[in-house]
Ligand binder design. Structure first.
Ligand SMILES: [Zn+2]
Length: 388
């Protein structure tokens, strides 16, 4: 059976460009680094409440997630989850925004924070338009996460038992509107602590075991960079030693691995860890390795009805969709892992995490138009096999 959704071919979506830009500017002017989302959360909660949403601020210790539900006015629709994150990378303090009719950017000393405030603005504008026009829609669950830039902390701690949607759009990808991220890798971080033996470097170096030299051998022998099309490895931090006249006793290496393929990931990781153990064994040093899975890979298949739905939404808006795989993680990894079919859409933001970050006003609007179209069309979405 074919998916039974219909596409509203149309029609200029009634996005209010000035209001959308103003919302975005209001949001970027609120400083909201990870785990300091209080002010932006209050701003958003108030706006969402004004739009008839039921608000639930879900505290998880380090910060909170903001969950807002806009009740549907059309029975029989599936609920749809829309999500973005409230936090930004730093620096953001004292942000000065440069905006004209076509482009919005920071002045270079800070990031702009379009990652992910472009998403927040597009979600707010979509809700504004459906509310003021009394449009027909199903329940919309808005999940605004925190600490995304610090290991997806908010999404990880989301109270999933309160979420009813089994389909979600995360708006947290950069590049032109139309981008749909359908896959991201598993990400593992690890810490190797190498312990040798300290000795005076001038008097009795023979009695020492240099943890720095052991680390150097480990690093030079393990695979690094791009391992294959699906897999990357990196050593990102190394620290150790106390003084030039001491054979260093301790060195700590922080590294990471990412792969879209579980088996390659396992094999690469085993190779790195066993090489490190062998080298340290040969040198008489001790090694302790701890690892953490930051998030797990996901891959939405090309025939997934929700993906096909979103492709059609973009086409209905005159936007050419671009289905891509990402090398980085997002809240979409967590949501997919928790059984919510989630696509990560581009908001139009560019050069994120840099002082050159910007967004074209046209892209900000296009992203909101596509999201509005998605919310409207989703009211008619029935995954294959479901009774109408
Ligand atoms: Zn982001």
């Amino acid at each position: 059976m074919q998916s039974g959704y219909t596409i509203t071919m149309s029609a200029a979506n009634p996005i209010n460009r000035d209001r959308l830009v103003q919302t975005f500017l209001d949001l970027v002017r609120i400083n909201s680094p990870s785990f300091a989302e209080g002010e932006i959360g209050s701003f958003l909660a108030e706006r969402l409440q004004g739009l008839g949403c039921e608000i639930n601020k879900q505290d998880y210790g380090r910060s909170f997630n903001l969950i807002a539900v806009k009740k549907g006015n059309r029975p029989g629709c599936l609920p749809l989850m829309l999500s973005g994150h409230m936090d930004t990378v730093e620096p953001t303090v004292g942000i000065v925004v440069q905006a004209d009719d076509s482009i919005i950017r920071s002045t270079g000393a800070t990031v702009l924070g379009a990652d992910d405030k472009s998403a927040l603005a597009q979600i707010m504008e979509t809700l504004e338009v459906i509310t003021e026009n009394g449009m027909s829609h199903g329940d919309i669950e808005i999940v605004l996460s925190s600490g995304e830039e610090k290991g997806l902390e908010g999404a990880r701690n989301l109270a999933f038992e309160g979420i009813r949607s089994s389909h979600s759009l995360v708006l947290d990808s950069s590049g032109p509107v139309g981008g749909i991220v359908v896959g991201a890798p598993t990400h593992i971080t690890y810490e190797m602590t190498i312990t040798g033996r300290a000795a005076h470097a001038g008097i009795e170096p023979e009695k020492g075991i240099s943890a720095i030299r052991a680390a150097a051998r480990v690093i030079s022998e393990i695979p690094d960079g791009r391992i294959d099309a699906d897999t990357t490895a990196n050593i990102g931090i190394i620290s150790g030693g106390t003084a030039t006249n001491v054979v260093p006793r301790k060195t700590v290496i922080h590294g990471e691995l990412r792969s879209h393929d579980a088996e390659t990931l396992q094999r690469t990781k085993d190779g790195i860890f066993s090489t490190a153990h062998r080298i340290c064994g040969e040198l008489g040093a001790r090694i302790d390795i701890t690892e953490q899975e930051e998030y797990r890979a996901f891959r939405i298949s090309g025939s997934n009805p929700f993906l096909l739905f979103m492709i059609n939404v973009f086409r209905a808006c005159g936007i050419e969709p671009a289905v891509t795989i990402s090398g980085g993680g997002s809240d979409a990894n967590i949501y997919n892992q928790r059984g919510i079919t989630t696509l990560n859409l581009s908001t139009g933001m560019q050069k994120v995490h840099s002082g050159e970050e910007f967004i074209m006003v046209e892209d900000l609007c296009k992203g909101a138009e596509a999201l509005l179209q998605a919310v409207k069309d989703f009211a008619g979405f029935r995954p294959s096999g479901m009774a109408r």
